[in-house]
Ligand binder design. Structure first.
Ligand code: SAH
Ligand code: AVI
Length: 326
């Protein structure tokens, strides 16, 4: 038996990253209307644990739908990609990715796996587990931000970049354009992107997925205020807000907000900000855009990718698109 190699971990986020970049995000986002926070700040250790719990909720169908596609089609995806390196952006626990890794290992073509995430402890734990499960595979984890650090991704060999879970839907249109364009620019001809996207469906099904009966999603979204209190010395009272998830049919996205239940003054000392929130005022913490297959293809093509193949689950809830750099 081959002995497992320890994973390497490169840390691209500087130790003050949270404080520095969070200050800018908070100043910009909380001065807008609606007031907005970028969703990457949801994933401190507690946030990553809560997301993991969300994936096991009966209402949260995207995880199971994408899992079903990978169970059925991982072999075809692996063959179509021809990849020798798998890069995974926003990898979290890489749980579903194991279906791809199993198929890659059976094909004998993969030599390297590079998971990338801002959530350092979750990434380190996942990299350790994967290195032990797949001895012989080089695991090169990167603690980094996929909106900032794409240029530092591992080079060489044929690469497939997996961006699963529908996380691209958490970016605004302009951010998606910038992200997909930057990714297409740095990939080599023949490299590919495997993109997971949640599809437009009935508002009832969507709202249930983001308003679960156990209140886990509420706690996940509310945890953003706990992060601001800890990282920036803010004095948000998370209990003074209610969680408001709604479907925006015009933008075709879920919109997850926290609504102030009383007039309140919040001081964010680390950002030199004082917020006077009136009753009913909302902070948008996350969006989750849902796609139609035609929209995915046009965004990918505009960025410079060619769509190779699209797979959906039997209920047409979720799509996985393999797009190639020509
Ligand atoms: N891919 C997994 C996890 C999705 S949750 C799945 O499909 O289940 C979203 C993940 O993206 C989290 O682990 C979060 O820490 C990470 N993430 C969010 N914004 C990020 C960013 N800007 N750069 C890198 N990782 C990010
Ligand atoms: C990570 N991302 C795709 C999840 C989503 O469905 O938009 C995050 C999430 N937010 C609330 N529930 C899950």
């Amino acid at each position: 038996m081959t002995a497992a190699k320890e994973p390497s971990v490169s840390v691209l986020l500087d130790p003050n990253w949270a404080a520095g970049s969070l200050v800018e995000d908070v100043r910009r986002g909380l001065s807008q209307h609606p007031r907005t926070l970028p969703p990457k700040w949801l994933y401190d250790n507690r946030g990553s644990e809560l997301f993991d719990e969300i994936t096991r909720l009966p209402e949260y169908y995207p995880f199971n739908a994408e899992h079903a596609i990978l169970t059925e089609h991982a072999d075809e995806i692996v063959t179509a990609s021809g990849a020798t390196t798998l890069v995974e952006l926003g990898s979290g626990t890489s749980e579903k990715t194991r279906l791809l890794l199993d198929a890659f290992v059976s094909s004998g073509q993969l030599t390297r796996f590079a998971p990338v995430d801002v959530s350092e402890q979750t990434l380190r734990d996942a990299a350790d587990q994967i290195a032990h499960r797949y001895p012989g595979l080089e695991v090169a984890a990167v603690v980094g931000d996929f909106t900032l650090h794409l240029a530092h991704l591992p080079k060489g060999g044929r690469r497939m970049v997996a961006f699963l879970g529908g996380t691209i839907g958490n970016l605004y249109l302009e951010e998606r354009r910038a992200f997909l364009g930057a990714l297409a620019d740095l990939l080599e001809p023949g490299d590919s992107l495997l993109l997971g996207t949640d599809l437009v469906k009935s508002a009832d099904r969507l709202i249930a997925a983001y308003n679960d009966g156990a209140g886990v999603t509420d706690e996940f979204i509310r945890n953003s205020l706990v992060v601001l209190n800890r990282e920036l010395g803010a004095d948000f009272d998370p209990g003074a807000f209610s969680y408001i998830p709604f479907w925006d049919p015009h933008m075709e996205r879920m919109d997850m907000r926290l609504r102030s239940e009383a007039p309140q003054r919040v001081t964010i000392s680390g950002a030199d900000m004082v917020l006077d929130l009136s009753v009913g005022e909302e902070i948008r913490v996350e969006i989750s855009t849902k796609f139609r297959v035609s929209k995915i293809a046009s965004e990918l093509e505009q960025a410079g990718f060619g769509v190779t193949r699209v797979w959906t689950d039997p209920d047409n809830e979720f799509a996985l698109t393999l797009a190639t750099k020509p």
